[in-house]
Design a protein around this ligand. Structure first.
Ligand code: ARG
Length: 484
């Protein structure tokens, strides 16, 4: 049985199953702080323009604050028959204040109310995730700091290709993470507009002051179109796509950790704290955490696709389908946070094995391109050099040897253009790195520059997060309910 939430139009009780399908309170109660903050800003504005008396506004604000504390302390009883977070709070207010509570919803609809709540929630959550991303970038940069001379084979097609440094390799992920953090901030900035005042879809005839509400809630702008504002979920989609892409990056790194801890590579050891054993094989130490991060990437991308499919083809303006926006968003927010934090800790506690990485360079003809490049330096056209070194590799393969084990005589016969000094240099991975000295390349001095640049970028983006937070600090009471 339901109490009459929708007023006089309804005479029959809601079917119980409909109640369950229709209700969102189980998951949207997570928006209660935002909902109450939005209501307080709204009632203050209604009082300021004379739509409610100061006394009624004060009573309503007081009631909302009490409800806020009741929810904070876990004493509030959420009722599924009251459908969603908005109705639960409004009904609880009515229990306290009687008919006066009914003045709160003047010039407002749940459609612009929920649009506001979601923006308020995501505005903060996007900044939280951006700073989690930056923490992870910091952890990678800490690991990279002393690894500009740690050489390992770089891979293409998972075949040993050319030497790179571990620092350069880690920096590749830092570059991805910096883009991820920026994407989250860009989504934040675009969403930073007040939708309240759009009404159900067509605004309100009451003389409200939208800028007043925007100022109390720290929004620099108002949404431009009421139809769009109540049915726009771009911020949710942008978050989910930024999250999916970020998870893709985490997944690639995780895959490398899974490979690198294997007996086949042994490039890294993960702390026991981030691994588990097997119930049957006593020797096993499994990299479950990177495996799960890789696995959860599917889940976050699933959330993105789920929301896009929900929104596709919806006519203007609000449709109840949109209630399906919250679960994917909340799930992705939690999953992304957990994955970032756990990988940050995993990487901080990881031990890399430079000797093992270097041994990866001794097989697989990783230095072949350097020999070809040395030939180019003494005037041989690159295609010709490529062909001749290919033949050299072919000979070694047939003999079951490596370039490094060819004799001085072999070199003199096969590549007479090069002195032994030039050959030795071309076979030295550190020299190879040093020669790859273009901006963005793995030469140790370039990687040191990149380290400085990346650290500066992390600080710059962090400053952007802090500045954006300051915009919303006005809503301190949104966080702890106490500050005015
Ligand atoms: N629970 C709803 C949602 O999440 C709130 C808005 C409902 N509006 C309505 N007219 N039924 O979208």
């Amino acid at each position: 049985m339901t109490d009459k939430l929708w007023g006089g139009r309804f005479t029959e009780a809601t079917d119980e199953l409909v109640e369950r399908v229709n209700a969102s309170v189980i998951f949207d109660q997570r928006l209660y702080r935002e909902d109450i903050a939005g209501s307080i800003a709204h009632i203050r504005m209604l009082a300021s323009v004379g739509l409610v008396t100061a006394a009624d506004a004060a009573a309503i604000e007081g009631g909302l604050r009490e409800i806020r504390h009741e929810i904070d302390s876990g004493r509030f009883v959420w009722r599924i028959d009251r459908e969603d977070v908005h109705m639960n709070i409004e009904a609880a207010l009515a229990e306290r204040l009687g008919v006066t509570a009914g003045r709160l919803h003047t010039a407002r609809s749940r459609n612009d109310q929920v649009a506001l709540d979601l923006r308020l929630y995501l505005r903060e959550a996007l900044l939280d995730r951006a700073s989690d991303v930056l923490d992870f970038a910091d952890a990678l940069l800490e690991q990279a700091a002393d690894k500009t001379h740690v050489v390992l084979p770089g891979y293409t097609h998972l075949q040993r290709a050319q030497p790179v440094s571990l620092a350069h390799h880690l920096h590749a992920y830092v570059a991805m993470l910096l883009r991820d953090a920026t994407r989250l901030l860009d989504a934040h900035d675009r969403a930073n507009e007040l939708p309240l005042g759009s009404g159900a879809l067509a605004g309100t005839p009451h003389p409200i002051d939208r800028m007043h509400v925007a100022a109390s809630l720290g929004f620099p702008r108002l949404t431009a179109n009421s139809l769009d504002a109540v049915s726009d979920r771009d911020v949710a989609v942008e978050f989910l796509s930024a999250a999916s892409l970020c998870m893709n990056h985490l997944s690639r790194l995780s895959e490398e950790l899974v490979l690198w801890v294997s007996q086949e590579f042994r490039y890294v050891t993960l702390s026991d704290a981030f691994c588990t054993g097997s119930s049957i094989m006593p020797q096993k130490k499994n990299p479950d955490i990177p495996e799960l991060v890789r696995g959860k990437t599917g889940r976050v991308t699933g959330s993105l696709v789920s929301l896009l499919m929900t929104l596709k083809g919806l006519p203007l303006a609000y449709n109840k389908d949109m209630q399906e926006d919250k679960e994917p968003v909340f799930d992705a927010l939690d999953t992304l946070r957990d994955c970032l934090v756990v990988l940050t800790r995993t990487m901080r506690a990881a031990t890399f094995h430079p000797e093992q990485m270097a041994s990866g360079l001794r097989a697989g003809f990783v230095m072949a391109t350097d020999i070809a490049d040395a030939l180019v330096q003494v005037g041989v056209p690159f295609r010709d050099a490529h062909h001749r070194v290919g033949a050299l590799v072919q000979k070694c393969s047939a003999d079951g040897t490596e370039l490094e084990s060819l004799s001085d005589m072999d070199w003199a016969t096969l590549v007479p253009e090069l002195t032994m000094e030039q050959v030795r240099k071309a076979l030295d991975p550190i020299v190879s790195l040093q020669r790859r000295n273009q901006p963005g390349s793995p030469a140790p001095n370039r990687v040191e520059e990149a380290q400085v640049r990346h650290l500066a970028s992390v600080s710059e983006i962090r400053a952007r997060v802090v500045a954006s937070r300051a915009d919303t600090e006005i809503m301190g009471w949104l966080r702890d309910g106490s500050v005015e």
